[in-house]
Design a binder for this molecule. Structure first.
Ligand SMILES: [Zn+2]
Length: 162
């Protein structure tokens, strides 16, 4: 299997706002090629976008007077799959569906001990194992099959929802 691994960055922010203290969010981003310092620019752009984009109630974060506590952008390693919202995606679109499923199966198998470590109360976690959130992918019955929709094609990815 000619599976490639790609650089993954964890990007996140913590902030206080009018109606909520200690708010925070983060996400994983997979790059096709090593982004170098561009990863930091992307993290700043992500934060700016978070500030100005209206939420479901029509109010943007900037209107809630946020005070940024921290913005972080960290290289976490090379992986074949990147976590999305109850999904994973890869740029390995040249592989057959069978190869992609085998690749994802292997990925989940490798990450399962890290998910089990994450499931433990923090004081019982093994610091040598690390943690990873599979968002349900460790239950194979949740796999919805590979997605090859126009949206995925436009981004050059194959996605699996779970
Ligand atoms: Zn899709």
């Amino acid at each position: 299997m000619k599976e490639r691994k790609y650089p993954i960055y964890q990007i996140g922010a913590k902030w206080d706002q009018d109606n909520f203290k200690g708010n925070g969010t983060s996400y994983s981003r997979m790059y096709r090629d090593d982004p170098g310092d561009m990863a930091y620019i992307d993290a700043v752009n992500w934060w700016v976008n978070m500030l100005i984009t209206p939420k479901r109630d029509g109010v943007s974060l900037i209107e809630r007077h946020p005070k940024l506590i921290s913005l972080h952008c960290e290289f976490v390693g090379y992986e074949a799959w990147c976590l999305g919202w109850f999904s994973h995606y890869t740029y390995n679109t040249h592989l057959t569906d069978e190869e992609l499923l085998a690749s994802f199966d292997q990925f989940v198998w490798e990450k399962s001990p890290l998910q089990r470590n994450l499931d433990l109360p923090s004081e019982y976690r093994d610091p040598n194992i690390g943690t990873y959130c599979l968002m349900g992918a460790d239950d194979r019955w949740r796999w919805k099959g590979l997605c090859h929709c126009e949206h995925c094609k436009a981004q050059g990815v194959t996605r699996i929802d779970h």
